[in-house]
Design a protein around this ligand. Structure first.
Ligand code: GLY
Length: 377
């Protein structure tokens, strides 16, 4: 399969009845942001939330796009990084939105990666009991995952994303040219979430990724195609299970192990979210391969080989020292997902492209598996 060559943007619909919206994907599509917003919400004002890094690269472009459509605008710039998903920064953003006299029907524009999307999305959900939100994701991770589906949140001292709301955007504009300036490591970490869609439900897409990942990293039509396929997969799952009561849990493939690893590394540069998810997915496939009737050892090895081929970490030993202990990881897994009567929910795999939700995984089995993986050299 080769990626179709496109000049026109791709539009993926998220079908949620009266709350349906489009994801516009393509190079240069942010220049159409103003006209798209003016068509969706005539006369609405826009309030842009962004971070210092993104502001340097993209704020002027967005402001010009809004100016061309005569959209009144203001903005707030927050520090980059997970630290901005705090009550302190959230308060600052909410107060800035209110001070800019944003009313119901006006728009909060989240311009940035996952942190900005989550933070601005939550502000939009609660200020004046709900403003419309537009997501303009600027990282690969945000374009294929966090900007789509309406999850918004800030962090609690007890854990990540514990204070949040479902608040669907009215539009997502994913300009793939914005990814050209991403550091290689960050792009690669976002790629873990692209591979996730192949691994969880689309074996032909995974095979296409194995053959075409270099073109995706280089940019051009293959990149746009991979983002569109990922968004289509997420949109379909969200349309069927918006509130994560069932199928949407599949999007957490690799996240139970991954969140524990991220927490053990203090949510720092030591291990980026996507890197933790890559190790988490590798562990989920290996864990599955030990169970009778699930993914074969050779397919588990194939899944892991691809993640390693693009340069993602796949082993606990790939984490810069010191390695977390088994006790620490089990404590973090319990905190993240809650062990109920000694049993955990995990996303396991019957094969590549065939993930499923397993609610009855014994804590003892996970502990023994982790201890075994930690003892490997
Ligand atoms: N990132 C997982 C989800 O949106 O459900």
């Amino acid at each position: 399969m080769t990626a179709p060559v496109r000049n026109e943007p791709t539009i993926v619909e998220v079908d949620l009845g009266p709350r349906s919206y489009g994801i516009v994907i393509g190079r240069g599509v942010v220049s159409s942001l103003g006209t798209r917003l003016a068509a969706l919400r005539p006369a609405a004002k826009a309030f842009i939330v962004t971070d210092e890094n993104v502001a340097r690269h993209a704020l002027r472009t967005i402001e010009s796009a809004l100016d061309r459509a005569a959209i009144e605008k203001s903005s707030v710039i927050v520090p980059p990084g997970e630290g901005s998903k705090s009550f302190r920064v959230f308060e600052r953003v909410c107060e800035a939105v209110i001070a800019a006299r944003m009313e119901r029907g006006d728009l909060v524009v989240a311009l940035g990666g996952g942190v900005v999307g989550d933070l601005a999305g939550l502000a939009a959900a609660v200020v004046r009991r709900g403003l419309d939100c537009v997501q303009v994701p600027t990282s690969l991770l945000a374009q294929v995952d966090s900007s789509v589906g309406g999850k918004t949140a800030i962090d609690s001292v007890h854990g990540k994303n514990l204070i949040g709301a479902f608040h669907q955007p009215i539009l997502v504009v994913a300009d793939t040219a914005l990814l050209d300036s991403l550091p290689r490591r960050e792009f690669r970490a976002g790629y873990a979430e692209v591979a996730k869609y192949g691994l969880l439900g689309d074996a032909p897409f995974f095979a296409w990724l194995e053959a075409n990942w270099r073109e995706i990293f280089a940019g051009g039509p293959a990149r746009d195609h991979a983002i569109a396929v990922s968004c289509r997969a997420k949109a379909a799952i969200v349309a069927r299970d918006e509130r994560e009561t069932g199928e949407r849990q599949l999007l957490n493939l690799g996240h139970t192990f991954g969140h524990a690893l991220e927490a053990a590394c203090g949510y720092s540069e030591r291990l980026l979210h996507g890197e933790a998810i890559a190790i988490g997915m590798a562990l989920a496939f290996e864990f599955s391969a030990h169970r009778p009737g699930l993914v074969s050892k050779s397919d588990a090895a194939r899944a892991i080989r691809h993640l390693a081929a693009v340069g993602l970490p796949t082993r606990l030993q790939d984490i810069p020292a010191p390695l977390p202990t088994g006790d620490e990881l089990m404590r973090l897994i319990a905190q993240d997902k809650k062990i109920k009567r000694g049993r955990l929910t995990f996303i396991l795999a019957r094969g590549i492209g065939a993930a499923f939700v397993e609610t009855g995984v014994e804590e003892a089995e996970v502990r023994a598996f982790i201890e075994r993986k930690l003892s490997e050299r």
